[in-house]
Design a protein around this ligand. Structure first.
Ligand code: GDP
Ligand code: CA
Length: 348
């Protein structure tokens, strides 16, 4: 079975690890027929990517890479295990990069390799292929687009530096910063007014992305940030169209449980696009493919079961299952539930 997943970093990695495990279990039990881990393709968000200290960072791609390779830091939740920060200390002394954004030494090795290959003329997706040759991942990662669509956040100047003195006439009232600055330096605490993905209108899906969606037996939306992860992927011209056209059932998993984001600060993003922080609102925001949306099925947490009638009314095939991914078992069970809902939709 060919399974294509749209994913961001943290929620995306946990979900894809669970999916890989679920597919392995299916293969071991002999049901699911030819199912093999090699048939998972992950279309990865590139909206968080940034040039920093002369190197190209692709944080969501690297999160998936490190997690699937098993070289991630499980305690901290991001980056490489056994990381050191000697180079970062030197960069700080030189005043290069962002002092509040630590680049680990091992992680920098990845960024240097990526940047060297980009300078040699490879595209980000070709670089991604090279990076994946180092470890057996059990899944194929493709950046959503080779175009640099780095996300910028518009904020009110008054929110940035609150002061009692009114600004001089004609002074700009809005400021713009890279998503990483808003997220990491400001911890998403400065209200965002708008997210702007640069070059988005001219972006194209990376080679293989449209095919992975078109030729899939199942398409899954990981429980990733609906605005800056899934939202950016789907906004790449051609990807929404591919989702609309695929004959595969498309099933999404809510990143919101009981009106709260599970990990991270996605609750600072949803209001910017006028969507409530609930599993129901995100499901309705994605919308049923039958009505011009992007999903057929929508999984909410058991504690959000009261949203099911309204989701059904919105044309979605909805189900309530445990959505907390605590460990490989709970993540695999969630992935299995998503595959199960997809099978139900296919047989309808
Ligand atoms: P980022 O790129 O690192 O921000 O990660 P993603 O965009 O992939 O995922 C962020 C989202 O993952 C957040 O909105 C969380 O609510 C969600 N998330 C994290 N852990 C879990 C979990 O165990 N279950 C569910 N359902 N969602 C989760
Ligand atoms: Ca991310």
């Amino acid at each position: 079975m060919k399974i294509t997943v749209l994913a961001g970093g943290v929620g995306g990695s946990r979900f894809v690890l669970g999916l890989r495990e679920a597919v392995r279990r299916r293969a071991a039990e002999g049901h699911g027929g030819e199912a093999s881990p090699d048939e998972i393709t992950v279309v990865v968000n590139t909206g968080d990517d940034v040039w920093l200290a002369g190197v190209r960072l692709m944080p969501d791609f690297d999160s998936l890479l490190y997690n699937l390779a098993g070289v991630n830091d499980t305690e901290r939740g991001w980056g490489r295990a056994g990381e050191t920060e000697r180079v970062a200390a030197e960069l700080r002394e030189w005043g290069v990069g962002w002092p509040w954004f630590t680049l680990g030494d091992l992680d920098l090795g990845t960024h240097l390799a990526r940047t060297a290959w980009l300078r040699d003329g490879l595209t980000p997706s070709q670089v991604g292929e090279r990076l994946q040759q180092r470890w057996p991942l059990g899944a194929k990662l493709i950046p959503a687009t080779d175009t640099e669509v780095d996300t910028y956040v518009h904020v009110d100047v008054a929110d940035l530096a609150p002061t009692d003195t009114p600004p001089p006439a004609g002074a700009p009232t809005r400021a713009e910063m890279h998503f990483q600055e808003w997220w990491t330096r400001h911890r998403a605490a400065v209200p965002a007014r708008r997210f702007v993905q640069r070059n988005l209108a001219d972006a194209r899906p990376a080679p293989g992305v449209v095919e992975a969606i078109a030729e899939a037996d199942v398409v899954l939306l990981a429980p990733s940030n609906p605005v800056v992860s899934i939202g950016t992927i789907v906004a790449v011209p051609g990807i929404r169209e591919a989702l609309a056209a695929t004959s595969a059932p498309v099933v999404g998993v809510s990143p919101i449980i009981g009106g709260k984001v599970v990990r991270g600060m996605a609750d600072a993003c949803l209001p910017v696009i006028g969507v409530e922080t609930t599993a129901e609102a995100v499901g309705r925001h994605y919308g049923a493919r039958s009505g011009g949306g992007i999903v057929d099925g929508w999984l909410v947490d058991e504690s959000d079961a009261s949203a099911l009638p309204s989701l059904t009314e919105a044309g979605l095939v909805a189900a309530a299952v445990p959505l907390w991914m605590r460990d490989p078992d709970t993540s695999a069970a969630l992935a299995e539930a998503a595959l199960g809902l997809a099978a139900t939709i296919r047989s309808e």
